[in-house]
Design a protein around this ligand. Structure first.
Ligand code: SF4
Ligand code: SF4
Length: 444
């Protein structure tokens, strides 16, 4: 296995040597414009990117450019030399971090973010999942024996119905699979973003190696961040012993078998909230939804090129994200949609609460797919929280699941969770039903 530093050096060298400094990548970058960088001389920005890649210093406005990047991938899509510019920008950002921030502060940053994510995931997953399901997901990857590993990543466990939906669909297809994820199998995004490649390797790199140790022939990713990181760091480092696909892409490859099992569905109109940036997922979700009986997908003009998913780095651009979500919901209502379909879990968290004020259901594409197979019907607890509906059902379930997972909540943790969920960009009802219902649970 090549050293990570050597891989990144080689990737950066390849990009800088092939770049013709045409400037197209900087010209189309949505975040450069978002932070007010002057892109009227895009070649100047690219020359800055090259300087930054060399030693992390200089680069002028390019330093701001790489810091602003939300990994939309618009740059890579237009590069005439087929350079993965998004990957190059992330390496330049690493170099800049190494040159301008001390190691201790970078370590503190990723440790804080990782701790906070782990805590929220642990709590929300424990509120929504029985302990046998959670224990199964968290068990070490290298001990699995199935042909296919469905890798959830961490954050989708906050919307556990999505995980169960995918499992339902894989079971319907008769796939020999196991499910693995949680913070102990993190993809290392926090460490990489903070510019700590050693820590990344011990976490994200290790997770990837554990997949190989299991002997699985295929790993199905769910999270777009994990998908991007593994494809742009690990796959370029050494070809893995297994195939790597996003779940949606894999399901399209089994579409005929899915079609054969579809059951009658009511006539519905739907719009899909889309993102570009993760190869194949937008197209695959559309193919899957077009195949659902009696579902008419209405095309809605939308800002799908801004980031590869809602939340994450894109959440820094609060107003832009707000516009995206508001336009999505208003557009869905205007075309008389019965369904607003989300692709990723972070988008689902952002849009699920729209049901509090719009006349359509918000569902993940996995909800729609599993239901069309006569399965699914999983309770979307996160949506109940955000929309303020049927909170007693959510509390009853949480009480049982928290006990079975050996977790106690306190009033402080409920207050922190409420802040976290309702401070996300996106659409939501009032936070009070959630806080009040769960605060009573915390008192017991
Ligand atoms: S990935 Fe997107 S945000 Fe990042 S530099 Fe490329 S175009 Fe800009
Ligand atoms: S689009 Fe490609 S070739 Fe043109 S400046 Fe950007 S990286 Fe270089």
């Amino acid at each position: 296995m090549p050293e990570l530093a050597a891989t990144l050096d080689a990737l950066a060298e390849d990009a800088t040597s092939r770049c013709t400094v045409c400037g197209r990548c900087a010209e189309v970058c949505p975040t450069a414009r978002e932070v007010g960088i002057d892109t009227s001389d895009p070649q100047h920005l690219v020359r800055g990117l090259i300087a930054l890649t060399a030693d992390g210093a200089g680069g002028g406005e390019a330093a701001r450019w790489v810091a602003a990047c939300d990994s939309s991938g618009q740059c890579s899509a237009v590069c005439p030399e087929q350079i993965n510019v998004r990957q190059w920008v992330s390496i330049a950002r690493l170099r800049a971090q190494e040159a301008t921030r001390d190691e201790q502060s970078r370590k503190q940053e990723h440790a804080r973010r990782f701790r906070s994510m782990s805590h929220a995931v642990r709590l929300l997953a424990s509120m929504q999942m029985p302990s046998d399901a959670l224990t199964r997901i968290l068990a070490p990857a290298e001990r699995r024996q199935a042909e296919v590993l469905f890798y959830t990543g961490c954050n989708v466990l906050k919307t556990s119905h999505i995980v169960f939906n995918v499992m339902d669909v894989l079971e319907a297809l008769g796939v020999d699979f196991d499910v693995v994820g949680g913070p102990s199998h993190c993809c290392g995004v926090y460490q990489f973003q903070a510019g700590d490649t050693d820590a990344y390797d011990k976490i994200g790199g290790r997770t990837f190696r554990r997949f190989g140790q299991s002997g699985a022939s295929k790993v199905l990713t769910w999270c777009p961040t994990c998908t991007k990181n593994f494809n742009e760091i690990e796959v370029d480092r050494a070809p893995p012993s297994f195939g790597l696909d996003h779940v949606s892409v894999f399901l399209v490859s089994r579409l005929d078998e899915l079609r054969a099992q579809f059951v009658d569905q009511p006539p519905r109109r739907a719009v899909i909230h889309e993102h570009q940036g993760i190869t194949g997922t937008r197209e695959s979700v559309r193919v899957l939804m077009d195949a659902i009986p009696n579902l008419t997908v209405v095309d809605l003009p939308q800002d799908s090129g801004f980031s590869y998913a809602c939340g994450g780095v894109a959440a820094r651009y609060v107003e832009r994200e707000r516009d995206i979500h508001r336009n999505m919901a208003e557009g869905a209502a205007a075309v008389g949609a019965d369904l607003l379909i989300t692709t990723y879990h972070s988008c689902h968290r952002a849009l699920a609460g729209a049901e509090a004020s719009y006349p359509f259901r918000v569902a993940n594409f996995t909800d729609v797919l599993a239901e069309a197979l006569g399965r699914g019907q999983r309770t979307d607890f996160y949506k109940l929280y955000k929309s303020g509906g049927e909170m007693s059902e959510a509390v009853d379930a949480a009480r049982r699941h928290l006990e079975s997972n050996g977790v106690r909540v306190s009033e402080d943790t409920i207050a922190a969770l409420t802040d976290e969920m309702f401070a996300e960009t996106g659409l939501a009802g009032s936070p009070h039903p959630f806080r009040e219902a769960f605060a009573k649970l915390a008192e017991k």
